[in-house]
Design a protein around this ligand. Structure first.
Ligand code: HBI
Ligand code: FE
Length: 295
């Protein structure tokens, strides 16, 4: 098959206009340039140094178990052997962001879509859209963890159902993904640790999420999270903290239909709001927060 070429996304003030393609593509491993492998290696090295003592042990251990190294971009087919044996998950190559239903359907079938291209060297510190580094370094390792692997499948199944219920249900469910899979923290006897992919794949947010005084850090509560708005172009104003991956599984056990009905009657919360009922680990100073309205 002819090798996919990266679709150049038009840059906008929001960073990018997502290319919502649904095609599954082979990883063009032989086509990666030395520059691509060097970008992977630089990002891998830097994040692994940063994440010792910051990422949860399950993440770091899983990444090593998968045989990921800074020496070259990992091969999806090799990772799929290890991942398949561990939890039955498979990586599939994609062009970029998928329409939500396609994305949910992959997760519901234990397929994780991984962007096949990696950012350019000049984007090493920030890229708005998920590239190979965000997906492969950030999302894939925890799929080795049986509990998290179950959560991701349950999330996909829930997403397919939410898509059938309507757009408001989807918004609520997308917030759950955002504040757990992408930007979640976990409490451990040694203190708060990172498990969210959006954090572990970002140098700035790996530091900010644990060490800045600006954000709130609040105990995870399913409906509280599903009512909390977020922005995609700044660090989080609030991080939600789980006690364990088992807690995530337990939270997604019930049928969400009555929850969506309840939430439809209630207003959403601004991203930086702290509620009386919140289990507050740290109340943020709000320093440096964008003042314009939250989404
Ligand atoms: N597509 N490839 C890809 N990766 C994602 O993480 C992703 C997506 N499409 C939609 C999406 N995430 C979010 O809307 C989730 O909250 C569903
Ligand atoms: Fe992501």
């Amino acid at each position: 098959m002819n090798q996919p070429r990266r679709v150049e996304h038009q840059e906008t003030d929001k960073g990018y206009v997502p290319v919502y393609t649904t095609a599954v593509v082979e990883q063009p491993w032989a086509d990666y340039k030395a520059e691509d492998h060097a970008t992977w290696g630089a990002l891998y090295q830097r994040q692994r140094e940063l994440l010792v003592g910051r990422a949860c042990d399950e993440f770091l251990r899983a990444q090593d178990e998968m045989g990921m190294t800074p020496h070259a971009i990992p091969r999806f087919d090799q990772l799929n052997e290890v991942l398949g044996a561990a939890t039955g998950w498979t990586l599939v190559g994609v062009e970029g962001l998928l329409p939500e239903l396609e994305f949910f359907d992959h997760l519901a079938n234990r397929r994780f879509p991984v962007t096949w291209w990696i950012r350019r060297p000049d984007q090493i510190d920030y890229i708005a859209e998920p590239d190979l580094f965000h997906d492969l370094f950030g999302h894939v390792p925890l799929l080795m963890n049986p509990l998290f692997a179950d959560y991701m499948e349950a999330y996909g199944r829930g997403g397919v159902k939410a898509h059938g219920i309507g757009p408001e249900a989807l918004v609520n469910l997308t917030r759950l993904y955002w504040y757990t899979v992408e930007f979640g923290l976990i409490n451990t006897p040694e203190g708060l640790r990172i498990y969210g992919s959006g954090i572990v794949s970002s140098k700035g947010e790996s530091l900010y999420s644990l060490e800045s005084d600006a954000p709130n850090r609040i105990g995870f509560d399913l409906e509280r999270v599903m009512r909390t708005r977020y922005r995609i172009d700044t660090f989080q104003k609030t991080y939600f903290v789980i006690d364990s991956f088992a807690q995530l599984i337990a939270a997604t056990e019930p049928d969400f239909t009555p929850i969506y009905a309840r939430l439809a009657q209630r207003e959403a919360f601004a991203a930086g709001k702290v509620l009386e009922s919140d289990q507050v680990f740290t109340r943020g100073s709000g320093e440096g927060w964008a003042t314009d309205a939250d989404v």
